[in-house]
Design a protein around this ligand. Sequence first.
Ligand code: FES
Ligand code: FE
Length: 426
Amino acid sequence: MGTNFIIDNKEEGKFLVNRQTFVDPQILEEEQDKIFSNCWIYVGHESEIKTNGDFHTRDVAGRPIIFTRDDEGKVHVLLNTCTHRGSLVCRGENGNCKTFLCSYHAWSFKNSGELIGVPLESGYPASFNKKDYGLHEVRNESYKGFVFCNYNNEAESLEEYLGEAKDYLDYVADQSAAGMEVIEGTQKYAIRANWKLLGENSIDGYHVSYNHKTYLDFMVDEGQDVSKGLFGEGRSLGNGHAVMEYEGPWGRPVAKWQDNWSEEAKVRIEKKRQELINRLGEEKAYKVMDASRNVWIFPNLIINDIMSLTIRTWNPISPDYMEVTAWALGPVDENEEERAHRLDSFLTFLGPGGFATPDDVESLETAQLGFKKTINEVKWSDISRGMHRDISPTTDEKQMRSFWRKYNELMTVDEKQNSEKEPKLV
Ligand code: FES
Ligand code: FE
């Protein structure tokens, strides 16, 4: 479709997104190739595989993988396809085991991916070497417990890729000196909308007062002051990553007390605040304790560090359908009451049946229907809010433009390479 994924006109302050990117199956194929097969894609948190032998199976960038810790404690991301003739070697969703046994012809693999057992092995010629048939290991790296993989072995390191976004993973990882853990109880749901819409929505401060009125009314009923909205800033973090950071009207179990929590919690939280200031210094401790933020790590990871702390990732299945997974994260040494507040918000605000996510899902699904039915007449969406100013409140759309500029860069990389090869006109 040429280079017209976006129109980015800084002089006129105009930023438009081509709606074909939400409906065209060929564009999704290109995205799988140019984005999901080239970027660092989130796999899971190390705390999910605490013990040697722990594993989870999941889809990462459209591929079935096994996220596992071997008997020596090393983390692996293995493709869940038998090197014999393709079947899944692990059918369970999660568990703990020493070996994966393919149910087709019973080849067996260690939890490190090494092939260790082949029935009737004497039927193979002498050149057959089990060492050549281990499960395919996907390149993976971890930053502060967050494990990502990359299907492109030539790609930059994870740390280079994350760039400024690393600070925002630090604000999460440093919330407890004892470490952070994914809490049992995964949210899984699907949305009949294009995958990019969920990223946009997750860092969109503009919609909150209108789309989530029910939740805000609920907070008012609970005696909280919501009059300031999400007072803060939207920023690009480079490389397609972005953040919306603000002071939210809610308590944060990590270290910000809320009026209707217990007096014991107030005392505990005051102690935690002091510990954070001593350990991290005033400035960083403020970020950890009082600031809320929604971080979009390109292309499909959101960290919602708000009244609860969630990791959210999602996979496009077709241009108009995505599958979403979300986990709650918390300090391993958290008190029972704070943990209960955290999990309550994980359901009440962020859960697929809560006060907010159904609003978002409805908005995204109706947008998708609009794109599908009116694509011949209405070809562009507008994401220009705040183009005229350097500092953007959370209600601007600078965060989304950060994504779309990177998206455009990756999706047009062939065109750029071709045009560089063409002789220059003089
Ligand atoms: Fe796995 Fe044959 S396909 S053992
Ligand atoms: Fe929302």
